[in-house]
Design a protein around this ligand. Structure first.
Ligand code: GLY
Length: 443
């Protein structure tokens, strides 16, 4: 492979920062462009990293314009809206070598009704579900459920993309009806069709595999923490922290791969939409059995920040093998470390955090300098080497250790260095608690 390839990463968050770091580690890569990115992704990099903000993830033509400007050797489309809008198809058609699923195969994420029916066709274990495009029959349906079982756990889910916030939980009829009414309020008609699903009780995990359409390789698993507050309380967010590997998958990896990963890859190929890209299974272990919560067509955020730094094999070799349909001939080495990722957010997120925008963020460089700690930026502006909050989720602190105890200690020591003007930094203090409990039970 030639030296000094250029790679463009499409996305704007801490996940794309982590992906750009995986390419930066490659001996073949000389230059990285991130579109639209964020300022912090370009801060203190070892290689040339350019941030091209002048594009929109919902507008493939704007991404194409950036691609035409830089002519990268590879474009990695990492973000869900960009995948849904067919960015991979547009770039492929214009002759760019692109990594990520086409709009047709990314449907496994952006159309959750289609995805559930796909799983049904291919015998993939999943919860009971119904779908609706009108409130009244949905309300009748949930009233019937709660008459039979007043404590039923139910999820009402928008079928379209909602930045991780489209699944609403209820445990009584009143909450379920309120959630049905919220569906039409999601932007871009994401909730015009919605699912009403049996909620499963168990421990959740995220599982990742790269596929070239016919074969796949798994990566380490992870566990996300979706709600805004400790003890899994508060509103759903894009993700407030992660641990990798997720020990809950120990002993059931083979079952996960056979029933949830291989069946999906084979099913997509058999339906004429072979899946090329990162396949993300959001799963839950119910009485020892892995069940499907959802598939996504990309790396998870914040899980990616905890998984990808473990990959020791040159990442571009992995992606090239995938592009050439030679994944079966490559081994993906990953280190044996545990990583904990804690997300720093603006106080108020995922609700209103307007008053935090533009406030100074202190202590980031100190945290970055700590042993075994990395910071991946999401909503951080950088001006004159000073940092300013510019979004909801602002950064991910990722720390590595030989076990959960060491990784967690480092992650929380690092984030303790950071603050936002006016005491406006919010983060969860319990990331990794389940694995810590497992650790102490075995030590
Ligand atoms: N970690 C949740 C997501 O990326 O959708």
């Amino acid at each position: 492979m030639p030296q000094h390839l250029s790679v463009m990463v499409v996305g704007s968050g801490a996940r794309e920062h982590a992906i750009s770091s995986a390419y930066e580690k490659s001996r073949h890569v000389g230059r990285i462009i991130v579109a639209p990115g964020n300022d912090f992704i370009g801060f203190k990099r070892q290689k040339e990293v350019l941030i091209e903000k002048g594009c929109s993830l919902k507008d493939p033509e704007s991404i194409l314009r950036i691609a035409r400007k830089y002519k990268p050797d590879l474009i990695d489309v990492a973000q869900d809206n960009a995948l849904e809008r067919g960015t991979v198809d547009v770039l492929n058609k214009s002759g760019f070598q692109t990594f990520g699923p086409t709009r047709g195969s990314a449907r496994i994420e952006w159309d959750k009704r289609w995805s559930r029916e796909f799983m049904e066709r291919h015998g993939i274990p999943q919860p009971e579900f119904s779908y609706f495009d009108k409130r009244r029959p949905a309300i009748r349906h949930v009233k019937g459920i709660y008459r039979r079982d007043p404590e039923f756990l139910l999820y009402t889910k928008a079928t379209g993309l909602c930045s991780g916030k489209g699944a609403l939980k209820s445990t009584n009829s009143r909450e379920a009806i309120r959630n049905i009414k919220k569906m039409k309020m999601f932007p871009d008609g994401a909730g015009d069709v919605f699912l009403v699903e049996e909620g499963l009780r168990g421990e959740e995990f995220s599982y990742y595999a790269i596929s070239d359409g016919s074969t796949y390789h798994p990566f380490k698993s992870a566990q996300d923490n979706k709600t805004v507050f400790d003890f899994d309380e508060g509103d759903q967010t894009g993700g407030m922290g992660a641990v990798s590997p997720a020990k809950v998958t120990d002993g059931i990896s083979q079952q996960i791969e056979e029933e949830q990963i291989a069946r999906a890859i084979e099913g997509m190929a058999s339906e004429g939409i072979p899946y090329e890209g990162i396949l993300y299974l959001g799963g839950i272990v119910v009485n020892g059995k892995p069940m499907n919560i959802e598939y996504n067509a990309r790396w998870g955020d914040p899980e990616c920040q905890a998984v990808l730094p473990s990959v020791e094999t040159d990442y571009i070799d992995v992606i090239q093998a995938c592009k050439e349909g030679k994944l079966s001939g490559i081994k993906i080495r990953q280190d044996g470390k545990t990583r904990v990722c804690v997300v720093g957010a603006s106080r108020g997120y995922p609700g209103n955090y307007d008053n935090v925008k533009g406030k100074r963020v202190y202590g980031i460089e100190r945290a970055m300098g700590m042993d075994g700690v990395r910071i991946f930026g999401a909503g951080i502006d950088v001006r004159d080497k000073k940092f300013y909050a510019s979004g909801g989720r602002l950064f991910s602190v990722v720390a590595e250790g030989n076990d959960i105890l060491e990784a967690r200690q480092k992650a929380y020591s690092a984030i303790a260095c950071i603050s936002i003007e006016g005491n406006n930094l919010h983060y969860r203090t319990d990331i990794g608690w389940r694995d810590l409990r497992r650790f102490w039970n075995h030590n």
